[in-house]
Design a protein around this ligand. Structure first.
Ligand code: KG4
Ligand code: ZN
Length: 358
C-alpha cells in the first residue's frame, strides 16, 4: 500500500528552461522559498539569450541556488515530500541541466520526482499569491520566450492552448526593437520607461493577425483568431527607423517606443479578452516577464473591467521564471493524486500544455 498523500506536501521545484536558475520550496499553497540566479548579465552583449551560455550558467548556479532555497525555507532535503522540475517547453540544453540535477537529487534521496510543464507552472504559481484559483480560468503568458493564451479547466489535469505567437514572443519583440533603437538589453523595462515620454499614436504600427482573414468570426473562427505575430511589427519599426536615418532626421525614440508598445499591448489585451469572452473564462491570470509592463497592466485592467473579467497578476518575482512556480504546480498535482514521473522521462523542448506532467 502506498503512503497517504500529504494534505499540504512540502515540494521543492527546479526551473532551468531559459536564463533563470530557480529553486523554490512550497508547502501546499504556501511559499517558503524562491531562490533565483539569472544569467541575464552574460547575455547583454549579445542582445538576447545564448543557449550555450545559459546552460553553462545553470550548471554553475544550481547547487548554490539549491542551498539558498533550503536555507531560506529552513528545511532539509530529507524533509521534502516531493521534487519537481521543469521538463519543457524551453531551451533543450538549459532544460537538460535542471532535469539531470533533479534526477540526481531524486536518486540520492529516494523522493518522488514530478516532470512539470513550464507554461502551466506560470499559471499554477497563482495559488501562492491571492489564494485558490477559481473555475473558468484563462491565462495570458507574455515573456521573452512565450506569448500564449491558455484555458485552464483543471490546473493539474486539463489545460488547453487557445493561441500562441507564430513567430517572435512579445518580450523578444521588445528586446529586438530596443536593440534597433539603441536602448540595450533587456528591452522591455527601458521601452516601458521611455514610452511614458512618447505619443502612442504618433505612428500607427501594424497589429499582427488581426485581419478578418486570420481572425474569422465567433461562429466561424479563423485559424489565427487567438494567435499572435510580432515579426511584421519589428520589421515596420526597423523600416521606420531607417527612413528617419535616410532623411538625416533625428529619430523620435520616445514616440517610436510608445507606438510600438501600444501595438503590442493592444493586440495582446484584445485577443486575451476575446478568448475569455468566447470561452466563458471569467478570471484571467497574467504571467511572464512582460507582466511587469505598466501599459500592459493598465490596458488589460481596463479591458478586463469593461468585459466583466476578474484579473489576477501575481507579484513580479512570481511572474518571471522561478522554481516556486514549478513547486506550486507539482504540489497541486500531488494533492490531486497525480503519479510521479519516475526517472526515465527526458527534457522536452516542445512539451505541449496538454502534458502538464510527463
Ligand atoms: O519571464 P522572463 O523574465 O524570462 C523569459 O523570457 O522567460 O521575461 C523576460 C522578458 C524580456 O524579453 C524582457 O524584455 C521582458 O520580459 N520585460 C518587459 C518588462 N520587463 C521585462 N517587457 C515589457 N515591459 C517591461 N516592463
Ligand atoms: Zn516562462
Amino acid at each position: 500500500m502506498s503512503a497517504p498523500l500529504p494534505t499540504a506536501p512540502l515540494v521543492l521545484g527546479i526551473e532551468s528552461s531559459c536564463d533563470e536558475t530557480g529553486v523554490g520550496i512550497v508547502r501546499g499553497t504556501e511559499l517558503l522559498a524562491n531562490a533565483v540566479s539569472s544569467s541575464m548579465e552574460e547575455h547583454v552583449r549579445f542582445g538576447g539569450v545564448i543557449p550555450e551560455i545559459a546552460s553553462r550558467a545553470h550548471l554553475d548556479a544550481f547547487v548554490p541556488t539549491l542551498r539558498s532555497a533550503l536555507d531560506t525555507a529552513g528545511v532539509t532535503l530529507e524533509e521534502v515530500d516531493a521534487l519537481a522540475v521543469t521538463s519543457g517547453p524551453g531551451l533543450s540544453g538549459a532544460l537538460m541541466v535542471g532535469v539531470a540535477a533533479a534526477k540526481a537529487l531524486a536518486l540520492a534521496t529516494g523522493k518522488p520526482l514530478y516532470a512539470i510543464n513550464h507554461l502551466v507552472a506560470h499559471v499554477g504559481v497563482g495559488v501562492l499569491d491571492g489564494g485558490d484559483l477559481p473555475e473558468n480560468l484563462g491565462a495570458l503568458l507574455v515573456s521573452g520566450g512565450h506569448t500564449e493564451i491558455l484555458k485552464v479547466d483543471a490546473l493539474a489535469s486539463d489545460v488547453t492552448l487557445l493561441g500562441a505567437t507564430i513567430d517572435d514572443a512579445a518580450g523578444e519583440a521588445y528586446d529586438k526593437v530596443a536593440r534597433l533603437l539603441g536602448l540595450g538589453y533587456p528591452g522591455g523595462p527601458v521601452i516601458d520607461r521611455i514610452a511614458k515620454d512618447g505619443n502612442p499614436k504618433a505612428i500607427r504600427f501594424p497589429r499582427g493577425l488581426t485581419m478578418p482573414k486570420f481572425t474569422g468570426t465567433a461562429e466561424a473562427p479563423g485559424r489565427h483568431r487567438y494567435d499572435f505575430s510580432f515579426s511584421g511589427l519589428k520589421t515596420a519599426v526597423a523600416r521606420c527607423v531607417e527612413q528617419y536615418r535616410a532623411r538625416g532626421e533625428e529619430i523620435p525614440v520616445a514616440d517610436i517606443a510608445a507606438s510600438f508598445q501600444e501595438a503590442v499591448v493592444d493586440v495582446v489585451t484584445s485577443k486575451a479578452v476575446l478568448a475569455c469572452r468566447e470561452h466563458g473564462m471569467s478570471t484571467l491570470l497574467l504571467g511572464g516577464g512582460v507582466a511587469a509592463n505598466s501599459r500592459l497592466r493598465e490596458l488589460l485592467a481596463a479591458r478586463c473591467a469593461s468585459a466583466g473579467i476578474a484579473l489576477r497578476v501575481p507579484r513580479p518575482g512570481l511572474c518571471t521564471d522561478n522554481g516556486a512556480m514549478v513547486a506550486a504546480l507539482a504540489a497541486q498535482v500531488v494533492m490531486a493524486g497525480g503519479r510521479p514521473s519516475g526517472l526515465r522521462f527526458a527534457a522536452d523542448s516542445g512539451q505541449p500544455v496538454t502534458a502538464i506532467t510527463l
